[in-house]
Write a protein that binds this ligand. Structure first.
Ligand SMILES: *Cc1c(COP(=O)(O)O)cnc(C)c1O
Length: 418
């Protein structure tokens, strides 16, 4: 059967055992091809009602009395996220943004590792992660080593391992690279870090909810990740931190906020860090946003991460088949790994006019991917709601934009958000 035919995509959709989950999301335009769930997940249909309940009953009627329950939400939500990343329930906390959490963990780790000066990372990392690391350097004797990828697609595992030494305090990487979708072997690199006495910190933003993770069995020390991508927690929803239990009492957050104190409502004037993971709280948690995170997290748990990964692999494989048939002939590059084992849940295509192609897709073709400089157009597969027919339509419309040069009608002037 022709892999590019609509019938083939429909057959894949018929075989999809997760297909029913799509109806659990708000989909107001059935013709819209949304392949940007790796940037902002769709809204679960149950979210407005859940948030409405919190607004009306808890804030509206309960008022400040709500805090007796609300103070437990970061830990409660953390224990659910723990299930998704293979941690124990008392090892994860939902709080702050990924960037802030990364800062907290890096500073805490560097203090514990006093005497070691080096932080090792790579240039596939997310800019915010690199900025946070850069910001941890001035005024200290620390140095940051950024190991370059050889092809801007794959992580350079051997070069990273060569960079690790007894002066390395911390290895900090993003598990699935935001641009190429390359996925590191978390266990292998964590072991390599441990071999020289370094700690390993992983950013799981692009893997949580899409890829099976087992931070505990991989020996991971520290992790952060966000909830508005594959966990569908909504714009600006809080992130999470994971700290291996054995390390929790030895680490101190650099932000000694009252919610990280053992008894915030005692209003004691000296900080006494809470036992366990709770000490990584800083200030008042965003209760409303957390209600939305809970809905998203529950959907992922209900679907099951292994089934989600199985579908995700099938979908990214299909995207690459469609790429070979429909995009490669137009000179589009594949900016993602071909081997599923080292690929997350999105596929990146390279085109010199990528930003204009992206604009044309959004404005003329009702397809929403996203663009990452200099040339990358990302198609994200969110197995909870992405259909095979959608992926096919998205690639077909992208091929049209390039073939017909529709992108020439679009300017990149004044585009602030891609
Ligand atoms: C999305 C993402 C972030 C986002 O950080 P915020 O502080 O939540 O804005 C950070 N790191 C990586 C790797 C990401 O993919």
């Amino acid at each position: 059967m022709d892999l590019t035919s609509p019938q083939y995509a429909q057959e894949l959709d018929r075989q999809d055992e997760l297909a029913g989950f799509r109806s659990r999301f708000e989909i107001s335009d059935e013709d819209l091809i949304y392949v940007d769930g790796n940037s902002l997940g769709r809204m679960p249909s149950a979210t407005p009602a859940r948030m409405g309940e919190i607004l009306k009953e808890q804030w509206g009627a309960g008022l400040v009395r709500g805090w007796s329950d609300w103070i437990h939400i970061p830990s409660r939500l953390g224990s659910r996220i723990a299930e998704i990343i293979g941690a124990d329930e008392d090892e994860v906390l939902c709080c702050d943004s990924t960037s802030v959490n990364l800062f907290k963990l890096i500073q805490a780790a560097m203090r514990l590792q006093e005497g070691r000066s080096q932080i090792v990372t790579d240039n596939l990392n997310f800019p915010s992660d690199l900025y946070v690391m850069q910001g941890c350097i001035p005024g200290t004797s620390r140095r940051l080593s950024v190991v370059p990828s050889e092809d801007d697609v794959h992580g350079n595992v051997e070069a990273i391992e060569r960079e690790l030494s007894t002066s390395t305090a911390l290895l900090s990487l993003t598990h699935v690279a935001f641009k190429s979708g390359y996925m590191y072997d978390m266990r292998r690199l964590t072991e390599s870090a441990h071999r020289v006495g370094a700690l390993a910190l992983w950013d799981l933003s692009h893997s949580v909810g899409a890829v099976p993770l087992s931070v505990r069995s991989a020996g991971v020390d520290l992790a952060v990740g966000c909830t508005y991508k594959y966990l569908n927690g909504g714009p600006g929803s809080p992130a999470f931190v994971y700290v291996r239990r054995e390390l929790q009492e030895r680490l101190l957050s650099p932000i000694w906020g009252w919610f990280g104190d053992g008894r915030p409502f005692k209003f004691d004037l000296s900080y006494e860090p809470a036992p366990g993971i709770r000490r990584f709280n800083a200030g008042t948690p965003p209760i409303l946003s957390m209600a939305a995170v809970e809905v998203g997290v529950d959907l992922v748990l209900e679907a099951g991460i292994d089934r989600l990964r199985a579908k995700s692999v099938k979908q990214t494989e299909y995207l690459i088949e469609l790429y070979d048939a429909l995009l490669a002939p137009h000179g589009v590059k594949l900016n993602s790994p071909r081997e599923a084992a080292v690929r997350g849940s999105h596929v990146s295509f390279g085109h010199p006019e990528g930003l204009r192609v992206d604009r044309a897709l959004i404005e003329a073709k009702n397809v929403i991917p996203d663009f990452r400089a200099p040339d990358t157009i990302r198609f994200g597969c969110t197995p909870l709601y992405t259909t095979f027919s959608e992926l096919r339509q998205g690639v077909v419309r992208m091929a049209e934009v390039i073939r017909d040069r529709t992108y020439l009608d679009f300017t990149v002037e004044g585009i602030e958000v891609t």
